[in-house]
Write a protein that binds this ligand. Sequence first.
Ligand code: NDP
Ligand code: GDR
Length: 371
Amino acid sequence: MKKVALVTGVTGQDGAYLSEFLLKKDYIVHGIKRRSSQFNTDRIDHLYQDPHEENRNFILHYGDMTDSTNLIRLIQEIQPDEIYNLAAMSHVHVSFETPEYTGNADGLGTLRILDAVRLLGLEKKTRIYQASTSELYGKVQEVPQSETTPFYPRSPYAVAKMYAYWITVNYREAYGMYACNGILFNHESPLRGETFVTRKITRAASRIALGLQDKFYLGNLDAQRDWGHAKDYVRMMWMILQAEEAEDWVIATGKTTPVREFVRMAFAEVGIELEFRGEGVDEKAYVISCSNPDYILPEGKEVLAVDPKYFRPTEVDLLIGDATKANTKLGWTPEYNLKELVEDMMKSDVELMRKERYLKEEGYQTLNYFE
Ligand code: NDP
Ligand code: GDR
């Protein structure tokens, strides 16, 4: 019998990589997508199977984390062996603008999944993975951060995820359910949403190199993140649910890097060396050399400035994870280092932007948003 997985947030970065991973492991994968006014399935279109085909192993359903009856019905129909709860309003800055919705989808949404499994009597059948986050650590209490580090969330997103974390632990303890938190540190990829900082940087670096854009703006360049590759992290989600005991796990690379350094590394991939001058809101980055003949930028050109609108009301300054438990108990180690991650993202974005430049040259309207 094939194992059956249900993936919420299937249209997101992790949902796409996880679905690919599970399909390779011969699972039947059900995904929950939201009804939006346009298709939002770009990341999983290559997995799509016509609903008229027989014996499909990738099946999409409409649903929403704010709709209990929908979730109960889907879980009843699908009877999953494993649920990966990845759906969330996942942008930390946006959560300050939509705090109530974020609490509903990210916090209560997790309760809805857990309670549906309990109500349907699937406690002993269905294993649940909850997408917890290093944002729980928030204001620095300890470095590096491990499973025993106290939480101090610093955004409506992180507070909602803290509820989700504890309700997962509570359902495990109260009802003997196999429910686990993966406390994942930042993970990125060519599929990363365009408004998270790494993708914003790799898109802008590619666009600037190809002459599609003059400069770009970021917020806090001093923030430090422990960045890994999403492909390595979805593998670990699956490993977590195969472990004998249901537990909570930190997944991280153990190395941290400032946003400024990520910018430098991205531009270096297209042969552009940058120098940062000024401090705080006056900090800017300038081209000091351009070694790639395909991308000619004049020396001294300003390519990056700080815009305080990207500052958060409360910031998380430093994240660095200690994944010793996952390394030793589950044998997990990441395959990608930061340099390889930046290379992968830049390669993909340069290719995308070449297409965009071609379309623009042919007179077509292209998508320009930089939030
Ligand atoms: P994305 O933002 O790329 O994807 C989020 C997914 O959730 C999308 O499929 C989105 O659908 C869906 N979604 C949002 N709101 C709802 C809702 N109300 N009902 C149903 N679906 C909804 O996130 P990632 O793939 O990067 O992250 C996956 C999970 O892991 C998230 O929970 C995130 O908070 C968490 N996480 C991520 C980390 C990271 O570094 N990437 C680190 C730690 C945790 P749509 O496509 O329609 O918008
Ligand atoms: P984060 O990721 O908040 O860590 O949450 P993001 O890439 O948004 O920010 C990382 C850091 O970069 C700083 N920054 C900017 N961020 C954005 N988005 N845009 C900017 O212009 C900018 N300039 C500087 C931020 O202030 C921050 O310090 C991600 C999400 O995937 C969450 O869902 C997940 O839980 C955590 O990672 C772990």
